[in-house]
Design a protein around this ligand. Structure first.
Ligand code: HEM
Length: 424
């Protein structure tokens, strides 16, 4: 049966006339479109984040409630097949972020004797601020055997480094790396899932999923200070990250420039993705006072143990009656703070995850740490090295996944495709 309700028709119509996200709603303001007034109102309420922009969405976009992030291994036999898949992905991505089907009319209006070209579970759901952020891993440029499969080895960005081994990491290779990555963020888990599922479906014969993580309860505040979300330790997480109001900090610490060594990456960034299990059972047997000493902040207010309110600066020198620093030197915030790292900051945009139980019967839950940085070697590596060697929190975490991807600049108009800068 190919029948469709009014919602399906609306989506099909929008897809058929090829209206991209940029033409619809930007920041809640309806743009000029061919859609009717009622369509515009509906889209305004549903939240569409523009797909075409100088920077990719999903980085400084105020964090949505959910993430579905997937890494892919490319199996395409040659360069042209890979380009065709990326072109198909880009078309689907611009459609889905606009609240449309991956392919217009794909769910129920296609030929009845062929598999649908949209899987259908997002029919009737609004765009939900879906963003799709695309990146490439080092193995796209040269695979593990050193082979330049797609003739792009000379395009590898200088800052897409091989990460050093971090002490205490307990990595599972199947939770690390991948040739491509797509981060889908949305306010509805089903919308985010639908996006990744349809990209995986379209990749058939050209790429397979290597790892995927679903997350919730964003641990980031890239929008102006409001209610900071709590992580699975029960602490506010994301208090001191780079917000969408800090243009200078974004230029300094997030967006790559041509002068960084790779002109095609100008306007892009690098994504550090670490899947960190939090040993919740051990944490839950730790006293409140000790929990606060591990983090260096008060659990209720999020204020530093040196005093003040949530957004007060840390005072790492202030001591208590016993002469010891109020924020212990091995507290997480003391170890990773910009004061200890020459002022360097990270744009953290992570999410909590749960994934059944591990092989010891403990909840397999934790933080999908996602940070966007301009220069991984100078920003992330030194902070992670300090954390690995001297952070009290190490007693309560196990890192099983660690990856680095180059996130190219955004696409500015229809017809361009993800990764085009690499193949140009
Ligand atoms: C499960 C793992 C982690 C947990 C539970 C965690 C938790 C927290 C909490 C509660 C805060 C204080 C609130 C805030 O400023 O957002 C914080 C801050 C911070 N964390 Fe983490 N974190 C984790 C992993 C990491 C990793 C892997 C890094 C980087 C290597 C990192 C870097 C930072 C930074 C840079 C800050 C801000 C410190 C400041 O500016 O003073 N965290 N984290």
């Amino acid at each position: 049966m190919t029948g469709s309700g009014p919602e399906v028709s609306r989506r099909s119509l929008l897809g058929a006339v090829g209206i991209g996200a940029a033409g619809l709603v930007v920041g809640g303001v309806a743009g000029a479109t061919a859609a009717s007034a009622s369509d515009s109102l509906h889209e305004e309420a549903s939240g569409i984040v523009p797909f075409y922009d100088g920077h990719q969405a999903g980085i400084t976009t105020p964090p949505q409630d959910r993430v579905e992030i997937a890494a892919f291994d490319v199996t395409a036999p040659d360069r042209q097949s890979l380009i065709e898949m990326l072109q198909q992905w880009t078309s689907a991505a611009s459609n889905m972020t606009a609240g449309q089907q991956a392919v217009a009319g794909g769910a129920v209006d296609g030929p009845p004797d062929a598999p649908p070209t949209d899987t259908g579970e997002a029919l009737g759901l609004p765009a939900s601020e879906l963003t799709l952020t695309f990146g490439v891993g080092a193995t796209l440029f040269r695979d593990a055997t050193g082979k330049d499969r797609f003739g792009i080895a000379n395009k590898r960005p200088a800052n897409l480094i091989d990460m050093p081994a971090f002490p205490k990491d307990d990595l599972d290779p199947l939770l690390c790396g991948g040739d491509l990555v797509v981060q889908a963020c949305a306010n509805d888990a089903q919308v985010a899932f639908h996006a990744i599922r349809n990209l995986a479906r379209e990749a058939h014969g050209s790429a397979v999923i290597r790892w995927v993580t679903q997350g919730f309860g964003r641990t980031a505040a890239t929008s102006a200070p409001g209610q900071t979300t709590r992580n699975l330790f029960g602490f506010k997480d994301g208090t001191l990250t780079i917000t969408d109001k800090e243009a200078k900090a974004q230029d300094d610490f997030v967006w790559a420039e041509a002068s960084d060594g790779t002109p095609w990456m100008a306007g892009g960034t690098y994504l550090v993705a670490r899947r960190i299990q939090q040993v919740i059972e051990t944490w839950d047997r730790t006293s409140l006072e000790d929990q606060q000493k591990v983090i260096g902040r008060f659990k209720g207010s999020g204020a530093p143990l040196s005093g003040g309110t949530e957004f007060s600066p840390l005072d790492l020198t202030k001591t208590g009656p016993d002469g010891q620093p109020l924020i212990p030197t091995d507290a997480h915030v003391a170890v990773v703070s910009p004061e200890k790292h020459g002022g360097t900051r990270l744009l953290r945009r992570g999410y909590s995850f749960t994934d059944g139980v591990d092989d010891t019967g403990h909840l397999n839950a934790g933080l999908m740490f996602l940070a966007f940085v301009r220069n991984p070697a100078t920003q992330f590596v030194p902070i992670q090295m300090s954390m690995s060697s001297s952070d009290h929190m190490n007693e309560y975490i196990k890192t099983h996944g660690s990856s680095l991807y180059a996130i190219p600049p955004g696409l500015t108009k229809p017809g361009q495709y993800w990764g085009q800068q690499i193949f140009a």
